[in-house]
Design a protein around this ligand. Structure first.
Ligand SMILES: [Fe+2]
Ligand SMILES: [Fe+2]
Length: 187
């Protein structure tokens, strides 16, 4: 079956490649931090991103959606660049920008869910929910690391993400169940 929904196809292709960029970036991030627990946690997040990429591929295969060579190239460069940057920009910024990025990724999976629902397809709800919630857990992990940093208020002002500002409306302490989760990311 072909998906007659260009924005959804584009979002799937982009997410597939962006997951690779994220995984590359976390390789550098995990390599650059000295603390053993941080290294292990960031490595686990890298593994999560590779799993997301696999899950997105499964969905793409179902609808014969090709991998975008443009996104693959673009996100390869982005991921490798961020990975290298992690070694030179200090401790705070990799955590900050990882959290900010994860914050935006949460809604990508709920937006996919919205698009699928427009086509009457609900069979991917569970996996999309799981991936969206996982990105939220990533966001919370990174925020937790920097929440007491003196640099945070300044970065929050400039880059619009931090303790008070998020790019999604998911609250892990009061999670919706899968069948109500369509309500997320409507704005
Ligand atoms: Fe991911
Ligand atoms: Fe993530």
């Amino acid at each position: 079956m072909k998906l007659n929904h260009p924005p959804l196809v584009d979002l799937l292709q982009m997410a597939y490649s962006a997951e690779k960029a994220a995984a590359f970036a976390y390789q550098g991030h995990a390599g650059a931090v000295k603390n053993k627990d941080e290294k292990a946690a960031i490595h686990q997040i890298e593994v999560d991103e590779w799993n997301h990429r696999k899950e997105v591929m499964k969905i793409m295969n179902l609808y014969s959606i090709p991998v975008s060579r443009y996104y693959e190239f673009r996100f390869h460069i982005i991921g490798k660049t961020i990975s290298a940057a992690c070694y030179v920009i200090g401790w705070f910024m990799p955590f900050y920008f990882a959290g900010r990025l994860e914050s935006g990724n949460v809604c990508e999976y709920f937006r996919m869910m919205h698009f699928f629902h427009e086509l009457g397809i609900r069979e991917h709800d569970h996996i999309l929910y799981e991936m969206g919630i996982k990105e939220k857990e990533h966001e919370v992990y990174f925020l937790d690391k920097i929440k007491n940093s003196r640099a945070l208020p300044f970065f929050e002002k400039i880059f619009s993400w931090g303790g008070r500002k998020s790019f999604n409306d998911v609250d892990l302490d009061a999670k919706y169940p899968v069948d109500a989760s369509e309500a997320y990311c409507k704005k």
